[in-house]
Design a protein around this ligand. Structure first.
Ligand code: DGT
Ligand code: CA
Ligand code: CA
Ligand code: ZN
Length: 573
C-alpha cells in the first residue's frame, strides 16, 4: 500500500478514537504517526524490511505493528473494531468545516445524524435546533459550510482547471528554488473533468517552496502541509496538491502523479514480472536492491524497455501492450490541425463578425475556417433564413481569401425530430461543407434517436455530425441512441463525427471517439467557437482526440482544405 493510503488509515483511526472517547494523548499519537508516514520519502515496506520503522517520529511498537498490518492487508484489527462501532459515513461529518468532533458526536448521539446528507436534512427541517449547544449563529455558519461543500465536491471542467493550473505553475515557477514545475494528474491526461489539481516540482529547499505555495494569492485556505507536500483550497473551490522532490527523481514523480491509477497498477505489475519495482522514488531492481532514479519520464519508460506512452492514453487499457510491441500510435498534435469546420459569427448567436473570426483564425495559424451559423429552425439562436444564408454566402465568397484563411460557406443545420434537415437539399448543395446537429427533442426513444441520426447521416449533403451525443459535462446526459449503428452509418457514408472542443461539451468524448475510429469513422475536431477566444478551445479538442488514440490521418481537419473539399465531393458522388 502507498504511504498516503497507510496515513489515511491512521488518520481514520485517530478520528474514530475521538468518537469513541479515547484520551487525547493517544489520539494525537496516531495523528502524528500518520503525518510521519505521509512525509516519509521511503515506502513503509522498505522501512519495515530494514527495521527502520520505529525511527519514524511518533511511531512506537503498537503503531508499527498496525502499519505493518495495514501495508499487507489494507486494514488492521483495531481499525476494524472501531469501524464496527459507527455507521460508515460518520467521518463525513467532520469534513464539514464548521463541524468539530464534539458537534459531530452530539449530532450522532442526540439526533442520529450519520452523514452529510442527513445533516443537510436536519438543517432543512429545523431538527438541528434541538441540539442544546448550537445557537442560531452556529446554525447559519453550518448552512454556509454545507453550501460551500456542495460546490467543492463537484468536479471541475478541464477548461476551467487548465487556466487555473497554468497560473499556479507560473506563480510557483517564479520561486527561485522551484524547478520543473508542472501540472500532473487527470489534468495532464486531459480528462474532461478533474477532481483536484496536482502540481509537482523539484527543489533543494522543499520547505521554502511549500510555504510559498500555501501563500500564493489563489490559496484561500491551507488544508495540509508537510515536508514534501501541501494542499490548498483555491478559488473557485478546488483543491490543489503540490509535491516537491529531489531533482534526480523528477521523472519518477511525474510518471507516478500523472497516473491514472489503473495505468500505474498495470505498469507496476509489468515491472514486477521483470524483477523491477516502480515507485515515485525510482525503479528498484528487486534482487540487488539497487534503485535507479530517472530525471525524465522518457527514462522511466525506457528503463522498463517500453516505448514512451503519451499521458493522454495512460488509462489502463492496452497501452502497455502497445508500448511493448513498439506500436504506440503517433497521436495527432495541435500543430497538425489545419482548419476548423464549425464556427459561429454575429449572423446568428456568435459575438464576432466574419472578418474578426477570420483574422483570429489566421493568427492561430489555421488555414481554413467554416462559417457555420445556425439554421432557420433555431430562432432562439437567431438562425438564418434561406435568404439570409444566401446573403451571407455572397459576402463570404467576396472575402474568401482576404484575411489569411480560406473561408468556407457552411451552416450548422438542425436535425429535425424526424431526421430531416432544417434546409432543403438544394440549399445545402450550395454550401462548401455542412454540419448537422441535434438541438431539440432530446427525449425520444433510443430507436427513434438512432433512426433520426442515421437518416441525417444518410443525407448526401451532411458532412459532419455536430456534438453527436448532446451531452453537457456535469449538466446534461447524452440522449440515447445505438452508438454502433450510428457510427457504422457514418463510416459507410463518409460522414465525419465531431469532437466538439468546447470544454462544456467535449463531445464525442474519448471513449466514444475511440469506438468511432475502430468502426472506421473520420473525426472532425471543431471548436464551435462563438467568439474569437473560443478558437483556442482547439487545445481541449485535440487533447480529447489524443486520448481517443487518434492519429493525424483520422482527423478530417488535419487535412489541407482540398482534402476536406474532396471528402465532401466524395459523399455527394
Ligand atoms: P482526479 O483528481 O480525480 O481527477 O484524478 P487523478 O488521476 O488526478 O487522481 P489523484 O489526484 O487522486 O492522484 C494523482 C495521481 O496519483 C493518479 O493519477 C495516480 C497517482 N495515484 C493516486 N493514488 C494512487 C494509488 O493508490 N496507487 C497508485 N499506483 N497511484 C496512485
Ligand atoms: Ca488530481
Ligand atoms: Ca490529488
Ligand atoms: Zn450546436
Amino acid at each position: 500500500m502507498t504511504n498516503d493510503g497507510i496515513a489515511a488509515r491512521l488518520n481514520e483511526i485517530a478520528a474514530l478514537m475521538e468518537f469513541d472517547g479515547e484520551p487525547f494523548f493517544k489520539i494525537k499519537a496516531y495523528a502524528r504517526a500518520a503525518r510521519s508516514v505521509e512525509d516519509s520519502e521511503k515506502p513503509m515496506r522498505a522501512l519495515i524490511d530494514s527495521c527502520e520503522l520505529l525511527e519514524l517520529p511518533g511511531v512506537g511498537k503498537a503503531i508499527a505493528q498496525k502499519v505493518d498490518d495495514i501495508d499487507r492487508t489494507g486494514t488492521c484489527k483495531y481499525l476494524e473494531e472501531l469501524r464496527a462501532k459507527f455507521p460508515p459515513t460518520i467521518l463525513e461529518l467532520i469534513r464539514v468545516p464548521s463541524v468539530g468532533t464534539k458537534t459531530a458526536i452530539a449530532l450522532y448521539k442526540e439526533l442520529g445524524v450519520t452523514s452529510i446528507a442527513e445533516l443537510r436534512q436536519a438543517v432543512e427541517d429545523g431538527s438541528i435546533s434541538k441540539l442544546p449547544r448550537l445557537g442560531p449563529k452556529s446554525i447559519e455558519n453550518l448552512k454556509a459550510s454545507l453550501a460551500r461543500l456542495a460546490d467543492r465536491t463537484k468536479r471541475m471542467r478541464l477548461g476551467d482547471a487548465w487556466p487555473l493550473a497554468r497560473s499556479i505553475v507560473e506563480a510557483l515557477g517564479a520561486h527561485g528554488d522551484a524547478r520543473n514545475v508542472v501540472a500532473a494528474g487527470s489534468l495532464r491526461r486531459m480528462e474532461p473533468t478533474v477532481g483536484d489539481i496536482d502540481i509537482i516540482c523539484t527543489s533543494d529547499s522543499p520547505a521554502d517552496v511549500l510555504a510559498y505555495f500555501t501563500k500564493l494569492p489563489v490559496a484561500q485556505s491551507i488544508s495540509g502541509i508537510g515536508d514534501t507536500k501541501a494542499t490548498i483550497w483555491a478559488e473557485p473551490g478546488i483543491s490543489v496538491d503540490c509535491r516537491v522532490v529531489k531533482h534526480e527523481c523528477f521523472g519518477n514523480l511525474l510518471q507516478h502523479f500523472t497516473g491514472n491509477k489503473e495505468h500505474n497498477v498495470k505498469l507496476r505489475e509489468f515491472a514486477r514480472a521483470r524483477g523491477l519495482k516502480v515507485s515515485e522514488y525510482g525503479i528498484e531492481t528487486i534482487e540487488s536492491g539497487a534503485v535507479r532514479t530517472c530525471v525524465s519520464e522518457e527514462e522511466v519508460y525506457a528503463t522498463l524497455d517500453l516505448q514512451f506512452i503519451p499521458p493522454e492514453i495512460r488509462v489502463g487499457l492496452d497501452e502497455i501492450d502497445l508500448a511493448r510491441a513498439g506500436k504506440v500510435p503517433a497521436l495527432v498534435e495541435l500543430a497538425d490541425i489545419r482548419g476548423d469546420l464549425h464556427d459561429h459569427t454575429d449572423w446568428s448567436d456568435g459575438s464576432r463578425t466574419i472578418e474578426e473570426m477570420a483574422r483570429a483564425a489566421a493568427q492561430r495559424g489555421r488555414s481554413y475556417l467554416s462559417i457555420s451559423d445556425h439554421s432557420r429552425g433555431r430562432a432562439v439562436a437567431n438562425g438564418l433564413s434561406i435568404e439570409r444564408l444566401r446573403e451571407q454566402m455572397a459576402q463570404i465568397k467576396a472575402v474568401r481569401d482576404a484575411y489569411g484563411v480560406r473561408l468556407l460557406c457552411s451552416s450548422e443545420v438542425d436535425i429535425r425530430a424526424d431526421g430531416s434537415m432544417d434546409f432543403p437539399d438544394e440549399v445545402l448543395a450550395e454550401l462548401d461543407v455542412v454540419v448537422a446537429s441535434i438541438h431539440s427533442a432530446f427525449t425520444g426513444s433510443k430507436e427513434k434517436q438512432t433512426e433520426r441520426l442515421v437518416r441525417a447521416i444518410r443525407n448526401p449533403y451532411v458532412n459532419v455530425i455536430g456534438h453527436p451525443t448532446g451531452a453537457l459535462l456535469e449538466q446534461r446526459a447524452a440522449y440515447e441512441f445505438d452508438v454502433d449503428a450510428v457510427f457504422r452509418a457514418a463510416a459507410e457514408t463518409g460522414t465525419a463525427l465531431e469532437i466538439n472542443a468546447n470544454p462544456a461539451r467535449l463531445d464525442l468524448d474519448a471513449n466514444l471517439a475511440r469506438r468511432a475510429r475502430e468502426l472506421g469513422c473520420t473525426l472532425a475536431v471543431d471548436t464551435d467557437a462563438h467568439s474569437t477566444d473560443m478558437l483556442d478551445d482547439m487545445f481541449y479538442g485535440v487533447g480529447t482526440a489524443r486520448k481517443a488514440g487518434l492519429m493525424k490521418e483520422d482527423v478530417l481537419n488535419a487535412r489541407p482544405v482540398e482534402g476536406v473539399l474532396e471528402f465532401v465531393a466524395a459523399k455527394r458522388r
